[in-house]
Each structure stands twice: as C-alpha cells, then as structure tokens.
Design a protein around this ligand. Structure first.
Ligand SMILES: *[C@@H]1O[C@H](CO)[C@@H](O)[C@H](O)[C@H]1NC(C)=O
Length: 381
C-alpha cells in the first residue's frame, strides 16, 4: 500500500470514529447548565471553560479548539468533570447529576458558592469528589451516604456548617475524607470501615472521642482533628488501634490521656499540643515500637520526665515545652548519643543544659512553678 492510501484510510477511519461519537443530549444539557451557572466575567480566554463551545460536540475528538480541557468522556458519556483552578465564580448547577456516568468531579480552587446541590449525592458511579478550596456553604445532607462507590471526598476549605451526618458507614469504599477548614459542629461521625485518612482539622467539633465513631474503622492510618473543641480524656482504646500512624489532636480541649501498652502499634507521630491535659507524661508511650515524634507541648502536665524517654531509640522529636515538669531531665538526652530534636523549655526543670537545643527556651520563673505546685516545690538551696 502506498503512503497515500494509508493516509487516506487513516483519515476515513478517524473521521468515521469521531462522527460516531455524539455526546448524549442530556450530558450536553448538563454541561451547558454547569457553564451558564458560572459568571462569564470569570471565564478568561485561557481557561478550560472558555473552550467549552457547544457548536461542537463535547465528547467528539479531536479537541483542537473546543473542549480542550475540563472534562473527559468514555464513548458518548462524560466521565470526568475536572475544572482548572481559574477562580471561576458561580454556583454548581444541580443538573450536574444528569451526568450519570461521572466517576470524578474536581472543582477545587475556584470560587463556587451556595450549597452543594444534593443531587450530586445520587451520582451512582462517583468515586472521587473534590470540591476543596471554594466557598460552598450550607450543610452536608444525609443523602451523602448514597455515594456507594465514593473513594475520596474532599470538601476542605469551604464555609460548610452544621453537624456532620451521624454515620458514614454506608460509604464502604471511602478511603480519604477531608472536611478540614469549614465550620462543622457536633461530634465525629461513625466512620466507615475502609477509611485510611480522616481530616476534619479546623472546625468546631465538640464532645468526647466516642468508641462507636471508630468501632468499624480498623484501617485508619491518619487522623487529623487539630483545631477543634474536642474534650474529655483521650481514651486508651484509641491508641490500641494498630493501623494508626499519624495522629494530630493539637489545639483542642482534651483534659486527660489514657495510654495503655500496645500489643501491636504502627504509631509514628502524635501531637496533643495546646490542650488541657493534666497528669504525668505517660511512660507507656515509650513502649510504642515505631514512635518517632511526640508533642505534648502547652498542657498542664506535671511530674518528672520518665527516664525511659532517653532510652527510646526510635524517638527523633520530643516536644514537652510549656508544661509544669519538674526535676532533672534524663541526662542521656544530652550525651549526644541520640539526635533528638524538640523542646523541654518553659517548664520547671532543674539544670536543663542550655548547650542543648532541647533547653534553648528557658524554664518558667520559680514563682509560677511554686504556685502551680502550691508551695510544695522547694526553692533551689
Ligand atoms: C501502662 O500500660 C499498662 C498496660 O496497658 C496499664 O495497665 C497501665 O495503667 C499503664 N500506665 C499508665 C501510667 O497509664
């Protein structure tokens, strides 16, 4: 065959296949509705949405001038709606739910406002829903549990509010949930069984850590709940979850801590700084085999630093500053055998050597320490 015949054959093939694809009318109607719910002044010429020109077919290749980006199709159906972070301003049309073959929605880093249309929660094939860094408001309706195939859900950095749904257990495929930086109130939902990462940082969650919330989630590796108003004691069963690797409870109102010896633990990093913890520095943390980073800064902990901490070879970061710890810090912290960083400052310790980075921040004035121990602390003789 000559090159010319091959070329013309290819041409015929290409044109016939592209002609064969005609996006289903309801998908086209939904895409039109999505575009028209966005303020055209916020659609500059370099953006994906600008190239959405409905004089051509959205799913038909080649996409040389029209529908350059922002969506993908499989055959004649739209399967991905992935807008560029162009700062689009507007609402999300409820007609998005007509795109019933959608697997992925990513509208992150734009300025969508108003409620998340609840019709979105009836998309039967949705696996990824990323609405982070927008201005969505309103609450998350219970209908969210219809997203049976959802694996990743990111609604972080919006203005969402209200209590979270009581239970997310029907979302059996969900592995990543990020609701951080919103205004959610109430308690932590009953979490689904395959969840690996939970992030609800910087909200207004309150109440105790309830065993029921975590009873099914045996795979949880990352728990990020800092900057909320959680209270009560952090219970021992929590630390006994062997899957946990990174836990952040900083900036809450926890008052206590139960730390059992683990049977099996993968905990690497734990931050409970800036809470209201009372009691002693738990010696049992030194029995967590992987623990590398521990932060208990700015609480109301008392007593001595258990010497076991200076023998714990996995530990590379230790922040105990801003408590009322007394006595001599374990001297093996300062022998240079370990490369421990962190801080023991702003406590009531004796002879914390300023040659060590750990002691750079000075100790509390004696009067404050005496007051904390109601005069039971004898001045240095
Ligand atoms: C340390 O762990 C053991 C075993 O889980 C427990 O009985 C004990 O109370 C814990 N110690 C402290 C001080 O919490």
């Amino acid at each position: 065959m000559s090159t010319i015949t091959i070329a013309s054959l290819l041409f015929v093939l290409l044109t016939t296949t592209s002609a064969a694809i005609k996006t289903v009318p309801s998908d086209i109607a939904a895409l039109k509705a999505i575009k028209s719910a966005i303020n055209p002044k916020t659609i500059p010429s370099f953006t994906c949405l600008y190239s959405w020109d409905f004089t051509s077919d959205p799913c038909s290749p080649p996409h040389v001038t029209h529908f350059l980006c922002g969506l993908s199709c499989s055959g004649n159906r739209v399967t991905q709606l992935t807008l560029d972070p162009a700062g689009y301003k507007g609402t999300l049309s409820p007609l998005v739910s007509k795109l019933t073959e959608l697997i992925t929605i990513d509208l992150s880093e734009n300025q969508f406002s108003g409620p998340i249309p609840s019709s979105i929660f009836f998309l039967p094939n949705l696996e990824t829903l990323i609405l982070g860094s927008n201005s969505f408001s309103g609450s998350i309706p219970p209908a969210i549990t219809n997203l049976k195939k959802i694996q990743a859900l990111d609604m972080s950095h919006n203005s969402l509010s209200g209590p979270l749904p009581k239970s997310l257990t029907p979302l059996t495929e969900l592995t990543r949930l990020d609701l951080s930086f919103n205004k959610f109130t109430g308690s932590i939902p009953h979490l689904p069984k395959n969840l690996l990462e939970l992030a609800i940082k910087a909200n207004s969650l309150s109440g105790y850590l309830q065993k029921q919330s975590f009873s099914e989630s045996g795979q949880l590796e990352v728990v990020e709940l800092s900057q909320n108003s959680l209270t009560g004691a952090i219970p021992g069963w929590f630390f006994l979850k062997p899957s946990l690797q990174q836990v952040n409870f900083a900036n809450n109102a926890f008052t206590g801590l139960e730390v059992p010896k683990p049977i099996n633990s993968n905990l690497i990093a734990l931050d409970i700084g800036y809470n209201k913890l009372t009691g002693y520095v738990p010696v049992n943390f030194t029995t967590y085999p992987m623990l590398a980073s521990l932060t208990l800064s700015h609480n109301k902990l008392r007593g001595r630093i258990p010497w076991e901490y200076s023998k714990k070879s996995t530990l590379t970061r230790l922040f105990l500053d801003g408590n009322y710890l007394i006595g001599l810090p374990p001297k093996d912290f300062f022998t240079g055998k370990t490369s421990l960083s962190g801080s023991l400052g702003d406590n009531c310790l004796k002879m914390c050597p300023v040659s060590s980075e750990l002691c750079l921040k000075s100790q509390k004035p004696l009067s404050i320490c005496q007051q904390a121990y109601r005069g039971k602390l004898k001045p240095k003789s």
